[in-house]
Write a protein that binds this ligand. Structure first.
Ligand SMILES: Nc1ncnc2c1ncn2[C@@H]1O[C@H](COP(=O)(O)OS(=O)(=O)O)[C@@H](OP(=O)(O)O)[C@H]1O
Length: 317
């Protein structure tokens, strides 16, 4: 299996020595440096750690999966590039998915030809914006040592869990086994999920945001949804490109928010079809975008498990 995913001999050896579990979105999860690395990402993560050179002007959008990564990538890209692109027409986000404009560092280095990738990266327009799901302690040293900035987003874990479970069930290829929601929840609570455990992931970035507040900005999906104007201003200030009074009065913040809104992005042709990275269908990235959707999943589960006498057989929650 490992060789099928294009690993070099030394990586294969390393991989075989690690604790292993069955995965959800990937065939296996490997316990690498205290986090569960999906087998699909193993080579990309190792190569990223060994080769990526951060620039001081880089911006990294970091997140636990299904916590609002796509949204924060779109907002960060728009905030940083607002002088280059008008939000109302000809904006790259109207024709490209946020993951195509803001690539995942964990995936860029997947496959061979590292030199080609490095030269592509060094020629990218600055400021370069990247995404990552890798926990803070496992980021490359050059990210930690440079002056680049990290914007992190987390989400109520109940919602992130339901979002992940639905996503992986929709995405599931025939080679992957099915997980019931109960099995998936048990694994999630034990931290056995890609880039998990969740709490350690959040804690790593949280502690860093306290220790170095100019380096890491810690955001929560739920708060961002509730006051997006406040947080768009906050991100711009953190990235040293605050909105000028004239921009404020010209409605630049509102146009960025509208461009990146769930409804706008979900309905764009660019996000309705096609795939990115490892054949992820773009349409599955936009589901409901709500706070508290986990309650719906619980209600459905209760209804499903009510017996014919009306007794609730659910013990899951
Ligand atoms: N623009 C915008 N605004 C608000 N919410 C949005 C937006 N885009 C995506 N979403 C919702 O985010 C959830 C997907 O999370 P991620 O983007 O982190 O997924 S991924 O890790 O990059 O695969 C997923 O949440 P659920 O709807 O609860 O499944 C998406 O619907």
């Amino acid at each position: 299996m490992a060789s099928k995913e294009g690993l070099q001999a030394y990586e294969e050896e390393k991989l075989l020595s690690l604790p292993k579990e069955r995965g959800w979105g990937s065939r296996h999860l490997y316990l690498l440096q205290h986090f569960w690395c999906p087998s699909t990402h193993f080579q990309g993560v190792i190569n990223f750690q060994n080769h990526f050179q951060a620039k001081d002007s880089d911006v990294i959008v970091a997140s636990f999966p299904k916590s609002g990564t796509t949204w924060l990538k779109a907002l960060t890209f728009s905030i940083l590039n607002r002088q280059r692109f008008s939000s109302s027409h000809n904006h790259p986000l109207l024709t490209s998915n946020p993951h195509e404009l803001v690539p995942f560092l964990d995936f860029i280095f997947h496959g061979d030809n590292i030199q080609h990738k490095l030269s592509y990266l060094s020629n990218m327009t600055e400021p370069r914006v990247f995404g990552t799901h890798i926990p803070f302690p496992s980021l490359s040293n050059s990210i930690k040592e440079s002056n680049c900035k990290i914007v992190y987003i987390c989400r109520n874990p109940f919602d992130a869990f339901v979002s992940s479970w639905t996503f992986f069930n929709e995405m599931k290829s025939e080679s992957l086994h099915e997980l019931t929601i109960e099995e998936a929840l048990e694994k999630y609570c034990k931290g056995i999920v890609g880039f998990g455990p969740t709490w350690e992931h959040m804690l790593g970035y949280w502690e860093e945001s306290i220790a170095t507040p100019n380096k890491v900005l810690f955001l929560k999906y739920d708060e961002l949804k509730e006051d997006v104007i406040f947080y768009v201003r906050r991100v711009a200030e953190f990235l040293d490109c605050p909105f000028a009074e004239e921009e404020e009065s010209n409605g630049v913040i509102e146009s960025i928010i509208n461009l990146c809104s769930f409804e706008k992005m979900k309905n764009l042709e660019a996000n309705k079809s096609g795939t990115f990275d490892r054949n992820i269908e773009k349409k599955y990235l936009f589901r409901k975008g709500e706070i508290g959707d986990w309650r719906v999943a619980v209600r459905m589960k209760i209804a499903e498990s009510d017996d014919e006498n009306g007794n609730c057989g659910l013990r899951l929650v």
